[in-house]
Write a protein that binds this ligand. Structure first.
Ligand SMILES: *Cc1c(COP(=O)(O)O)cnc(C)c1O
Length: 403
C-alpha cells in the first residue's frame, strides 16, 4: 500500500469561512464599492476592538506607516529612529517623507528594541529626533512604558508598528491590562491585514490613535489630501455660496496626499475577520503553547525565542532559535530539506540596515543583537487552521534533521 502524500504546512496562511465570502459578495452587490458606509463601520469596530478612540483604515500596512509619518509632520530634515529588526516598511514608511532613518538594535532573544537600544541610537543620531518607531516583533510588546518615557524626555513622537501584534494584551506598571492599539503610551499604532497576518482583508492597514487631530490628518492624506469639511475651508469665496452654504462640489487640498484608500469590499472582509479575532487569538495562543511544551522537553541545538513578562501575546510568528553550525547544515539547506518534508518556514528578517540601500547610507554600522537574532531565527508554521497534529509533524521534521 502506498502512503498518502502529506499536505504542505505553510508557515502562515489566511483562514476564510463562508461568512467572509457572503460579506464580500454583499459588498459587491451594494451601491458603493469604495468610499461607502463599510469604511466607517469597519473603523468603528476596529477602534472598539483595540480600545482606541479612532481608527483609520487604508490600503495596506505600509501606507499606514507612511500616513503616520506624514500626519506627524515628519519631513526632509527630520531624524527618525526605527528598528533594524523589522519588515522594510517600518523604515520605509517614515523614509518616504525624506526623513533620515537611524537604526536601533534589539534583544538577540526576543528581537524587541530595548530602552538601551533607543539611547544608543539617540547618541548616534547627532541631532534632535522627531519620532521613534518601534515594532512589536512576532506579537510580543516592547517595553513601551520605558520607551515612551524616553520619547517624552526628548520631545519625540512614539509610533508603534503593531502589524504582528493585533490582539496582544499586556499588563502595565499600574496593573492595568491593556490592548496593543489602545494608545496608552504612544501617539499612533499601525496594523496590517495582509493575508499572513492574524486577520486579513486581502490587503489593508489601520492606524489607531486617541488624538482626533492626527486622525483627521491621516483621513485627509489617505485620499489625495482633500478635505470636504466646511469648518476647514480656507478660501471662503470659492467654498461658500452667497447664502453662506458650502458649495456641493467643493473640496480643498491644503497639502498633497495619496490615494491610499481601502475599498468597501476589503472592509467587508475586515469586519467578518475582526469578529473572529478572539477565536483566532485563542487558537494561536494554544498552538504556541503546544510548541512551547514540545520545545521545553527538547534537548538540542533548537530553543524557543525569548518571552516577555507581563505580555499575553497573540503571536504572529512562532520562532525557533537554532544553532545551525551545531547541526552541520546552513539555514538555506535546512529550510530546503524541511520543505521537502512538507514544512514551510521563513526568516523574519534580514536586519534592515543590511539591505543594500540602507547599508550604503550606514557604512560600518554594527548592531550585534539584531545580527545574532537574525543568524538563528526560523519562523515555524503558525495559523488559525493549523492542528495539534500539524505542530507535532513540524517538530518531528525539525528533530529528524538534527535540530
Ligand atoms: C506586514 C508588515 C508591514 C507592512 O504591511 P503591509 O500590509 O504588507 O504593507 C509592516 N511592518 C511589519 C512588522 C509587518 O509585518
Amino acid at each position: 500500500m502506498s502512503e498518502q502524500p502529506k499536505s504542505l504546512i505553510p508557515y502562515g496562511k489566511q483562514s476564510i469561512d463562508d461568512d467572509d465570502l457572503a460579506a464580500v459578495a454583499a459588498a459587491l452587490r451594494a451601491d458603493y464599492l469604495t468610499t461607502g458606509p463599510r469604511i466607517a463601520e469597519f473603523e468603528a469596530a476596529f477602534a472598539t476592538a483595540v480600545g482606541a478612540k479612532h481608527a483609520m483604515v487604508c490600503s495596506n500596512g505600509t501606507a499606514a506607516l507612511h500616513l503616520s509619518a506624514m500626519a506627524l509632520g515628519i519631513g526632509p530634515d527630520d531624524i527618525v529612529l526605527a528598528p533594524t529588526l523589522s519588515f522594510l516598511a517600518t523604515a520605509n514608511g517614515p523614509h518616504y517623507t525624506g526623513a533620515r532613518i537611524v537604526f536601533m538594535d534589539c534583544d538577540p532573544e526576543t528581537a524587541l528594541v530595548r530602552p538601551q537600544d533607543v539611547e544608543d541610537a539617540l547618541e548616534r543620531a547627532g541631532g534632535s529626533v522627531k519620532a521613534i518607531f518601534i515594532t512589536h516583533m512576532n506579537g510580543q510588546i516592547c517595553d513601551i512604558e520605558a520607551i515612551s518615557k524616553i520619547a517624552r524626555r526628548i520631545g519625540a513622537y512614539l509610533v508603534e508598528d503593531a502589524c504582528h501584534a493585533v490582539g496582544t494584551e499586556y499588563t502595565d506598571s499600574q496593573g492595568i491590562t491593556r490592548q496593543v492599539g489602545d494608545g496608552a503610551y504612544s501617539d499612533l499604532t499601525n496594523f496590517s491585514l495582509h493575508p499572513v497576518k492574524t486577520i486579513t482583508m486581502g490587503e489593508g492597514g489601520v492606524v489607531t490613535t486617541n488624538d482626533s487631530t492626527l486622525h483627521k490628518q491621516m483621513c485627509r492624506l489617505r485620499s489625495h489630501g482633500m478635505t470636504r469639511d466646511p469648518d476647514e475651508f480656507e478660501v471662503e469665496e470659492l467654498a461658500f455660496a452667497a447664502d453662506g452654504l458650502p458649495n456641493p462640489w467643493y473640496y480643498e487640498m491644503p497639502s498633497p496626499g495619496y490615494n491610499y484608500r481601502a475599498t468597501d469590499i476589503q472592509c467587508a472582509l475586515g469586519m467578518t475577520q475582526l469578529a473572529k479575532l478572539p477565536r483566532f487569538a485563542e487558537k494561536r495562543r494554544s498552538l504556541a503553547s503546544e510548541y512551547d511544551a514540545l520545545l521545553a522537553k527538547h534537548n538540542g541545538p533548537m530553543r524557543r525565542f525569548g518571552r516577555v513578562e507581563g505580555c499575553d501575546p497573540v503571536l504572529h510568528l512562532y520562532v525557533a532559535l537554532i544553532d545551525f553550525a551545531a547541526i552541520g547544515l546552513d539555514r538555506g539547506g535546512f529550510m530546503r530539506q524541511l520543505s521537502a518534508l512538507g514544512i514551510g518556514t521563513q526568516v523574519h528578517y534580514l536586519p534592515i540596515h543590511r539591505q543594500t540601500y540602507y547599508a550604503k547610507l550606514n557604512p560600518g554600522l554594527s548592531l550585534p543583537g539584531a545580527d545574532t537574532y537574525y543568524s538563528q531565527c526560523l519562523s515555524l508554521p503558525l495559523y488559525a487552521d493549523m492542528t495539534s497534529e500539524d505542530v507535532r509533524r513540524v517538530m518531528d521534521a525539525l528533530k529528524s534533521l538534527g535540530a
